[in-house]
Design a binder for this molecule. Structure first.
Ligand code: AN7
Length: 376
């Protein structure tokens, strides 16, 4: 137990389905940095003539390198409370890394179903090192999720995908945390959408906050705001079933984390969009990769391609004139961008993408060559 940050269950206990009987399985997730994107804001003002306040919520700083840990600590703690011995998930990578880590901590077996050849190297290395039993399915994520669901219905194996309601409950803590860190509710939230659990969870979190008694808001959060953010969710163009309005058989995108054709929380995403008067829209792989390099090189936060959909969304919406009303107003809108996963998850994509921008130079071991190349 640490006195500094006790993890999301302990910190947000009163908002979670936790009792004195629940054994708390934690890796001290949460309390992730929120970083003002000053360099990106400057670039945007120069290029589009619009001032934005952009706050980056760096979920890659969670113990397994993604936002999944917030939900997993609750799902695994409840599974432990219910005496489950074995858990299962389908995953594009991050859920499996998180499930494997928390199952290890809880002394449980963890079964992982992943699409064959389609998950990033870092994520796979996590699952195997945490001792998960990994099955690579000749099919995509949607096929794997169907199998995981069916197995959990027929055998005493607990499903820890976001169909498990405790996952969403845990993930909603991110909204509380953003409000607590910023001291206000943002005007817009930009985020990637894959299986759509996260946008569902954030929206629930914001709504629950706004409905808290005024005294709780002030006492715990020192915030009185009541205005909900607009939820701006982005799918990859080749994997955008919610935008198209129908499931996709063969979703395609470089951002493997969100290569999902039939999202489990489809309804939750639409509800977040409709109730908040936000959008669910697409960004292309080109836009994703550009934002991926821009953010990492400008802000010093290394993110994975799926997380770059948040930034690509902001740039796309600047381009289509969505923020143009702020050109002539004094008000500078407050935007939070969720950076869902760490860049180290997918080193192959980072090396490939960077080749367009920087060359690694092979040189003899001499100072004069280095100095010459630096063109000081
Ligand atoms: C980095 O790990 O679905 O819309 O199986 O890893 O809640 O699905 C991951 C999804 C965004 C999309 N960013 O979130 C999985 C999985 C990253 C992700 C998403 C994922 P959801």
């Amino acid at each position: 137990m640490t006195r500094i940050w006790p993890g999301v269950i302990e910190h947000f206990k009163e908002f979670l389905p936790i009792s004195y009987k629940t054994p708390i399985i934690t890796l001290y997730e949460g309390n992730t940095p929120i970083v003002k994107a000053e360099n990106l804001e400057y670039k945007i003002e120069k290029e589009y003539g619009i001032k934005l306040n952009i706050y980056l919520k760096y979920e890659g700083a969670n113990p397994t390198g993604s936002f999944k840990d917030r939900g997993m600590t609750v799902a695994i703690s409840k599974a432990k409370e219910e005496n489950s011995k074995i858990i299962i998930c389908a995953s594009t990578g991050n859920t499996s890394a998180s499930a494997a880590a928390y199952a290890a901590k809880a002394n449980m077996r963890c079964v992982v179903l992943i699409p064959y050849g389609a998950i990033a190297l870092g994520k796979l290395s996590q699952a195997v090192m945490h001792g998960a039993e990994v099955f690579a399915i000749k099919g995509n994520f949607d096929d794997a999720l169907k199998l995981a669901k069916e197995i959990s219905q027929k055998y005493p194996i607990k499903l820890v995908n976001s169909l498990n309601p405790y996952r969403i409950e845990g993930q909603k803590t991110a909204s509380f945390e953003i409000i607590e860190q910023l001291g206000f509710i943002p005007d817009y939230q930009f985020m990637p959408v894959g299986n759509a659990g996260n946008i569902t969870a954030y929206w629930r979190g914001y709504k629950e906050f706004v409905n808290l008694p005024k005294e709780t808001k002030i006492k715990k959060f020192k915030v009185e705001d009541n205005k909900l953010p607009k939820m701006m969710g982005f799918q990859a163009k080749g994997a955008a079933p919610i935008v198209l309005g129908k499931p996709i058989k063969n979703p395609k995108t470089i951002a493997t984390a969100i290569r999902i054709g039939n999202p489990a929380s489809w309804k939750g995403a639409l509800q977040a969009k409709d109730e908040s008067k936000g959008v669910i829209d697409t960004v292309s792989d080109r836009e994703i990769l550009q934002a991926y390099y821009t953010l990492s090189s400008l802000e010093g936060l290394f993110i994975e391609p799926a997380s770059a959909a948040s930034i690509a969304g902001i740039i796309k919406y600047l381009k289509i004139g969505y923020f143009k009303k702020f050109k002539s107003s004094k008000y500078i809108p407050k935007i939070v961008a969720i950076l869902t996963g760490h860049g180290l998850k997918d080193p192959d994509c980072a090396i490939d993408t960077s080749k367009k921008y920087v060359k690694i130079k092979k040189i003899p071991p001499e100072i004069k060559t280095i100095i010459k190349e630096l063109k000081l």
